[in-house]
Ligand binder design. Structure first.
Ligand SMILES: C[S@@+](CC[C@H](N)C(=O)[O-])C[C@H]1O[C@@H](n2cnc3c(N)ncnc32)[C@H](O)[C@@H]1O
Length: 219
C-alpha cells in the first residue's frame, strides 16, 4: 500500500502533530505565500527544514517548481508522500551537493541552524545557502519570535538573525517586514484575503514574526 501522510501520521505522533499544525495554518499560509511570491526570482525553489512540506505543497498548488527538504529521513518520507519533490538535506553542509543542483530561490521558516544562538553555525549555514543559489538568487526567510519556546534565550531574535544575514556580506536586502498578528485559527476561506491584509498592516504595531528577502551577492 502506498504511504500517505495519514498512514505515516498514525504510526508517528510527532509527525501527526506537525501535519496538524500545517493544516491549521494552511489558509493563512496560502494567502501569505501568494503575496510573498512576488519577491521570488523566476525558477526553482528549495525549501530547507520543511517539516512535512506543508508550505511547499501550497507553493506547488500555486504553480511553483518546488523541492522540499529536511534533515530527518522520516520527514523526507512524509514530504514524498505528498507527491512533492523531496530531498534529504542538512542545511549546514554542502546543499548543492546534496540536491545535485542549484536553485533560484531558497525558502526557510524557523529552520534550527539559522535560529539557534550559535553564530558560527548560523554563518556556516548562510554560506551554504549562498553557495546553493544561482547568480542573483534569493533567500527568503520567515523568522518567528521564540516567545513561546521554553527557553527563548537559546534563539537569536529575528532582528538579530536579519542583522547577521546582512553583516555576513553574502546577501543584499530586498525587503524586510513584520508579519502576523492574528491567530491562524481565525482564518476562513471567506475572510482569508481580508485577514491577510490585516496581518500585514497591523504587524507594524505588533507581530509574531519577521520576514525578509535577500539577494545573493557574487563574491
Ligand atoms: C521549528 S521546525 C520548523 C519546521 C518548518 N520549517 C515549519 O515552519 O513548520 C525546525 C526544523 O528545522 C529542521 N532542521 C534541524 N536541523 C536542520 C539542519 N541541519 N538542516 C535542515 N533542517 C534542519 C528540523 O528537522 C525541523 O523540521
Amino acid at each position: 500500500m502506498a504511504e500517505t501522510l495519514d498512514t505515516l501520521s498514525l504510526a508517528d505522533p510527532g509527525l501527526c502533530k506537525r501535519v496538524r499544525t500545517g493544516r491549521r495554518h494552511a489558509l493563512r499560509d496560502g494567502e501569505f505565500l501568494r503575496m510573498l511570491s512576488r519577491h521570488f526570482c523566476p525558477g526553482p525553489i528549495l525549501e530547507l527544514g520543511a517539516s512535512t512540506g506543508h508550505l511547499s505543497a501550497i507553493l506547488r498548488e500555486q504553480g511553483f517548481d518546488v523541492t522540499a527538504s529536511e534533515v530527518e529521513a522520516r520527514l523526507v518520507r512524509a514530504i514524498a508522500s505528498r507527491g512533492l519533490n523531496a530531498a534529504l538535506v542538512d542545511a549546514t553542509q554542502d546543499i548543492a551537493a546534496q540536491t545535485g543542483r542549484t536553485f533560484s530561490n531558497i525558502l526557510a521558516q524557523a529552520v534550527s541552524p539559522l535560529i539557534r544562538r550559535d553564530r558560527v553555525r548560523v554563518l556556516a549555514t548562510l554560506a551554504r545557502i549562498h553557495a546553493a543559489l544561482e547568480p542573483a538568487g534569493r533567500f527568503i526567510n520567515i523568522a518567528p519570535y521564540a516567545w513561546r519556546q521554553p527557553a527563548p534565550g537559546n534563539f537569536f531574535s529575528p532582528k538579530e538573525q536579519f542583522e547577521i544575514t546582512i553583516e555576513c556580506g553574502l546577501f543584499r536586502s530586498i525587503a524586510c517586514f513584520p508579519h502576523q498578528v492574528l491567530p491562524p485559527a481565525l482564518y476562513r476561506p471567506w475572510n482569508a484575503r481580508l485577514l491577510n491584509l490585516a496581518d500585514h498592516k497591523l504587524a507594524h504595531l505588533v507581530s509574531t514574526r519577521l520576514v525578509w528577502i535577500v539577494e545573493k551577492i557574487e563574491t
